[in-house]
Design a protein around this ligand. Structure first.
Ligand code: GAP
Length: 439
């Protein structure tokens, strides 16, 4: 795929998201806020399906994974200890002509300023810290400085002892968190790929140092299940171990899960052997003992951490790219989102063929809805148009209540992917949906 095709396909995804209300530019009526997005009904349903699947994907044979939800604001001391105040920066240059700002490592700037086209007209490279800084309370002194978290992980580390002493977990175990993170990216781009406010799903696995490499390898292999569960074509997924010079000084090894976007192979998830760095740093800076006692050896030690960290919004974008398709049905091009049923925002649509069947179809809708499935009822427009709409939002099956339904107690089940239709008994509809979701 060339640059133009890649831009076209991104444009199509953005247009679909807007047309069907998956994602909106944040504060759009005020001109928008760059790198910040809002999610509509269908978008938030997909995100909640992704979160649920991620939690399920953490099941493992070695230890518990407990959930956690930390604060978004953290005092400066946390970010000093973690290294973010001093090191969480990107190299930045300004165009001397139009004053726009870019990442110095952006390959596009070698050709000239991406905004005004001026060549070789840059300020020297400076480091730009990506954290959002603020002050808490009325007194504006050094002690009131706080930051919006640039990753969810640190709140897990600083609560390690709280979790250990209030839950029944034993090493090895994991603490998982889904929540917002904020980074003042110099150039947010590719829609949900690089945002300034985004969501992460992070799991920190605490274990003994001598077992960490084994667990690192386990999690590298195990994490691929998540991508299978959300229906990604595994030919578009690869793992890339980091070169030695890419590793943080405290990290022994790190592997990225990458997805083949139209704009290239890109990082989706980082799986990192972080050593005992984080707990040691917080222990030293806070003066609190974060070690655990080993009953076997009767010694205390600081656990080692293996981290699995993936962005929810970036996963959302990947899912849309992977599912987006255009084909020809009855001589017309249709857009179809071939989403895995468990990720699809709407599991099924109930469609009366004409207004005459509305009442009976509505009864079926109410019965299915009671079972807790996210389904839709749609009675307006031609049946073809209604199918197209459901195809575009990724609804795996439509049940059409037609002229024969009253007599034969059946509806037509129309499959999104093949458009094939089959008659099934009305009493079989719940089992049909259940089976589809178990696949
Ligand atoms: N605690 C480790 C950590 O935060 P990271 O590689 O900086 O590692 C983890 O981030 C994941 O978060 C990335 O693989 C990506 O999926 C997501 N992510 C990071 N920055 C992002 C951004 N600006 N916009 C959207 N997602 C982002």
């Amino acid at each position: 795929m060339n640059i133009q095709e890649s831009a076209n396909s991104l444009e199509k995804i953005v247009a679909l998201c807007k047309r069907r209300g998956f994602v909106y530019q944040s504060a759009e009526i005020y001109g928008g806020l760059n790198g910040v997005y809002d999610f509509g009904h269908l978008g938030s349903l997909i995100k909640s399906n992704l979160r649920q699947t991620w939690i399920e994907s953490l099941q493992n044979p070695y230890g518990c994974v407990v959930m956690f939800e930390g604060a978004l604001l953290g005092p400066e001391a946390v970010w000093k200890a973690s290294g973010h105040v001093d090191h969480f920066s990107d190299p930045m240059v300004d165009c001397l002509n139009c004053k726009r700002r870019f990442r110095a490592d952006d390959p596009d700037i070698a050709k000239g300023c991406p905004a005004c086209g001026k060549k070789d007209s840059w300020t020297p490279v400076r480091q730009f810290n990506m954290m959002f800084k603020t002050e808490v309370g009325a007194a504006a002194d050094g002690s009131s400085i706080a930051y919006l978290r640039p990753e969810t992980a640190q709140s897990i580390f600083i609560n390690f002892k709280n979790v250990l002493s209030t839950t029944r977990v034993k090493i090895p175990f994991g603490i998982a968190q889904i929540g917002k993170a904020f980074r003042n990216e110099i150039t947010p781009k590719q829609f949900l790929f690089r945002m300034r406010e985004f969501e992460q799903m992070e799991m920190e696995w605490f274990c003994k140092g001598e077992m960490a490499l084994e667990y690192f390898e386990f999690w590298c292999a195990h994490r691929l299940n998540f991508y299978r569960m959300i229906g990604i074509n595994m030919n578009n997924i690869r793992q890339r171990p980091h070169e030695k010079d890419e590793l943080a000084h405290y990290s022994t090894c790190c592997t990225d899960v990458e997805y083949k976007f139209p704009f290239g192979w890109k990082e989706m998830e980082g799986i990192a052997h972080r050593g005992a760095f984080d707990l040691t740093q917080h222990s030293t800076h806070s003066g609190k003992d974060l070690s655990v006692f080993d009953e076997e050896t009767k010694t205390s030690y600081i656990p080692t951490v293996v981290e699995c960290s993936v962005g929810t919004d970036r996963t959302f974008l990947m899912v849309l790219f992977d599912a987006y398709d255009e084909d020809v049905v009855e001589g017309e091009t249709r857009v179809v989102l071939r989403l895995a049923p468990r990720i699809a925002p709407i599991k099924a649509a109930i469609l009366p063929l004409t207004k005459k069947q509305t009442e009976a179809a509505m009864c079926l809708y109410a019965d299915i809805k009671k079972l807790g499935y996210q389904i839709e009822f749609d009675e307006s427009g031609s049946i073809g148009k209604r199918y197209r709409r459901q195809d575009e939002i990724g609804t795996p099956v439509c049940f059409t209540y037609d002229f024969d339904s009253d007599n034969d107690g059946s509806v037509t089940a129309r499959d999104r992917d093949t458009t094939k239709q089959e008659r099934i008994g009305i009493d079989q509809v719940p089992a049909y949906i259940k089976k589809m979701l178990e696949k």
